[in-house]
Design a protein. Sequence first.
Length: 398
Amino acid sequence: MKAIPAKRAFKYRFYPTDAQAAELSRTFGCVRKVYNLALAARTEAWTRQERVNYIQTSAMLTAWKKTEELAYLNEVSSVPLQQALRHLQTAFTNFFGKRARYPRFKSRKKSRKSAEYTTSAFRFRDGKLTLAKMAEPLDIVWSRPLPEGAQPSTVTVSQDAAGRWYVSLLVEDPTVQPLPAAGTAVGVDVGLDHLLTLSTGEKVANPRHERRDRTRLAKAQRQLARTAKGDGANRRKAREKVAKVYARIADRRRDHLHKLTTRLVRENQTIVIEDLTVRNMVKNSRLARAISDAAWADFRSMLEYKAHWYGREVIAVDRWFPSSKLCSACGTLRDKLPLNVRTWTCDCGTTHDRDVNAAKNLKAAGLAVSVWGAGVRPQRSSPGGQSAMKQKSPRREP
């Protein structure tokens, strides 16, 4: 099979000099300012039922730079400012396409600090990256090598809430190619007691990363709550301590999910999951914390783009499919099965583990969709809902 040309983002940590940190901080502020100004202009035009596109906001940026009030925009590279306008255009395109809600203004304290540079605004030679307006290359920790001969098309610099600096290089990776056909399929049921239950009977424990650091997080949050509100140094330090704990949790969670999804994609040709609406499920105040920590949406996202890269197939079965109440042996559908019932015995004499049975039914439903392209859910007593559907894996960046 031919290799799939895939663009991958390779993310590295770097340590800027004081001058570089000051320059990047100015750039972040200018990017946020331009984005908010353009959003305000487009929103005002929207109230008049007029549309403003990227070209018009680009002309506005030129005019803003000539004013005394916004003259400081000339002090940073113009490329990240133009990229901010392009990102806003994409946000509006997604809004008009009903794929996202209306764009929101960026906050100085809460929004992600980042700036994107295209090829005209950076130099990458001999493994050294130098950004526009900087005399020295960035001190990057090359934790993994870039593909041989790779040249970045865009570079994104960011700083997280914990104060760590990162640079992400988008390159075309020729090493991404379809894996040999595995000829196997697996159903995956996600949960809270066990993060994953496979149709093979295997259960993957839920690491509960947030719970492991809950004591440390609570202590840091109490210290933050005791500081005076405002922009004082003590509050800033306390806020960074909280952010560092959250960053530690997120790093461990992301690493664990990457290992799980890579293993599933390597071992199976077809992977069947349930089409869950996580954003609605987290509205349950009793389970929101646990569901957020499980990161089911991130799991699905990673699974889909890796399957696309390596020639695998991901099928999402309709969320209304009664995978837990359906006997995987004889097909009998139970009327009720409370959540506290973890094992049950069907009239045919088969005893089921609730999660393993659900995974087996998801696998069967997904394979039926893959072969026949039709709904496989048994008739419900009330009309409505959707049948199980095959999901096309979109191309995603890691």
